[in-house]
Design a protein around this ligand. Structure first.
Ligand code: BTN
Length: 239
């Protein structure tokens, strides 16, 4: 059933794949599922997607700007999810590039997948947002948390999905006008400058983002720019 441009499925393998299969359908702005059997995370990880506890949504973005700004889309997505969570009364922090955390625990993950040519491209922005804690807990490899731990507001998946789609659309359009604003918006919602972080074997502190959205890691040797992958927090950050 398509509601406000969102195709709702009872179950699918991955909403990112379902959205990618519908890029040519102008009536579908996003695909959401009650349950995913093979939800995908970043860096080849899987995303635990049980029924009734999470929102699994993939929005189809059709940027009207060149893919040279593509590195900023994951940051835009994180800013958008943060703003929707803030609107629900839950204050979050972003960890580069697009993990959404509360007190160092993961509330939402985002997987962006682009297709096409540099001047005619689409991006599928997949969001897994924890609404409630799963009865059997979160997978041990990722300390998770859920919106219901932090707010008494009603957590209706369809309302939140509509809000995400509206926010993504608005922020993608704004990004085409001024990409640099997204870096500022991310920094306002991100972990503080100076937070101890690690990239592989390299430990240092968070020293901000470049205009292209890369992470700056300061060590005793100087600044390292990180363009892809993840970083880990060395300390728990208070949200
Ligand atoms: C991560 O933090 O590793 C990213 C997780 C992204 C999960 C979402 S759930 C909806 C969409 N469909 C998928 O298969 N993955 C994304």
């Amino acid at each position: 059933m398509v509601n406000d441009g969102i195709l709702w499925l009872e179950e699918c393998a991955s909403t990112n794949d379902e959205a990618a299969a519908r890029l040519a359908d102008p009536g579908v702005r996003a695909v959401a599922a009650r349950h995913q059997t093979a939800g995908r995370g970043r860096a080849g990880r899987s995303w635990h997607s049980p029924t009734g506890t999470g929102l699994y949504l993939s929005w189809i973005g059709r940027p009207d700007f060149s893919q040279s700004l593509g590195g900023l889309v994951p940051l835009m997505a994180a800013v958008s999810v943060a703003d929707v969570c803030n609107g629900l009364g839950v204050s979050v922090q972003l960890k580069w590039p697009n993990d959404v955390l509360v007190n160092g625990r993961k509330l939402a993950g985002i997987l962006c997948e682009a297709r096409g040519t540099p001047h005619a491209w689409t991006v599928v922005v997949g969001v897994g947002l924890n609404l409630h804690c799963p009865p059997n807990g979160f997978p041990p490899e990722v300390p998770g948390c859920a919106l219901s731990e932090f707010t008494d507001q009603a957590l209706d998946a369809e309302t939140i999905a509509r809000s995400l789609v509206r926010t993504f659309s608005r922020n993608l359009t704004d990004m085409g006008r001024s990409g640099a604003d997204i870096v500022d918006a991310w920094m306002q919602r991100g972990i503080p400058l100076g937070t101890p972080i690690r990239r592989g074997e390299i430990e240092g502190v968070f020293a901000g983002l470049t205009n292209e959205g890369a992470l700056r890691l300061r060590t005793d040797d100087g600044i390292h720019e990180v363009h892809a992958g993840d970083v880990d927090l060395l300390d728990k950050v208070e949200g």
